[in-house]
Design a binder for this molecule. Structure first.
Ligand code: AMP
Length: 281
């Protein structure tokens, strides 16, 4: 396993491997790796000759009062994880390497970035699309691996790649969960023991929605009420949003006639958690 810190050496490495007809799979992360990231790495290893993992806590995607400084970082632990998963390259750029002082250009995928999580985190997705664009240009991969856990993010990145003509295949990997169903996330470690218990209300509400739909419920308001009743039973939980949308366009659904994507964001104490489920009719 090699650690590469500069964009130019990353590009040199990828150019060389591409000339040898090697395929490159790319897993972008903000580090503090867990089994969710591991699922992405394993798929990439299975489907490519080379796997590049990037670790970069991207300041551009955090709002002014969000957890950029607090976000968990542990380089040694991440390296051990990566080595165990037989990652070929960790791309580990500094903030200065990614954003020079003269940095002026951002990438914005309109509409999709302004709804759902984009409403409560206004510049978040501009930060995400900008860093992913820059990472794609550094890593030059054949495939990028993203988690279904961040469903809106995956849809936006897919759209950006299509719009800007990158020859990169997008692979979306199912959400990896804890034993009680909580979606794995680096942010789960912010939760107190009481909050950790309450955090299962996200998956509980999604599962209840799924059951109701399977039993014939088609009214979106009823589904959202059902979910919100379950969440509100927890004293530290407050709902940011619950939405039922089309799974490719993210457009709101009023009456369910087709597969539906249910997404939600809930604060458990100060920690904002997200989750989602595609429900097939
Ligand atoms: P992050 O480090 O949180 O920015 O996540 C990096 C990548 O891992 C993103 O594509 C996420 O969607 C994905 N990811 C994070 N948590 C999970 C999970 N529990 N299951 C599957 N993928 C995940």
């Amino acid at each position: 396993m090699r650690i590469i810190k500069t964009i130019s050496s990353m590009q040199r490495y990828s150019h060389k491997e591409r000339l040898l007809n090697k395929t490159i799979g790319f897993v972008p992360t903000m580090g503090f790796l867990h089994e969710g990231h591991v699922a992405l790495l394993r798929r990439s290893r299975r489907e490519n000759d080379i796997t590049v993992l990037s670790i970069f806590v991207n300041p551009l995607q955090f709002g002014p009062h969000e957890d950029y400084l607090l976000y968990p970082r542990d380089k040694k632990r991440d390296e051990l994880f990566a080595k165990k998963e037989k990652v070929d390259i960790i791309f580990y750029p500094s903030e200065k390497e990614m954003y020079s002082t003269n940095f002026l250009t951002t990438v914005h995928t309109a509409t999709l970035s302004e709804i759902l999580c984009g409403q409560s985190r206004p510049k978040h997705f501009i930060g995400v699309t900008t860093i992913v664009a820059k990472l794609l240009n550094a890593v030059l991969p054949h495939h990028i691996y993203l988690g279904q856990k961040d469903a809106q993010q995956a849809i936006i990145i897919k759209q950006m790649i299509l719009d800007l003509n990158w020859p990169v295949g997008v692979k979306i990997i199912p959400t990896v969960r804890e034993h009680d169903g909580l979606a794995m996330s680096s942010r789960n470690q912010y939760l107190s023991p009481q909050e950790r218990k309450e955090a299962t209300c996200l998956i509980q509400s999604l599962t209840a929605a799924q059951q109701a739909i399977q039993q014939g419920e088609r009214n979106v308001n009823n589904i959202r009420n059902l979910m919100s009743t379950i969440i509100k039973k927890n004293k530290n939980a407050s709902i940011d949003y619950i939405a039922c949308v089309n799974k490719t366009t993210l457009k709101p659904v009023t009456v369910m006639t087709n597969d539906v994507l249910i997404l939600l964001a809930v604060f458990i104490g100060k920690t904002r958690l997200i989750d989602n489920m595609i429900i097939r009719l």
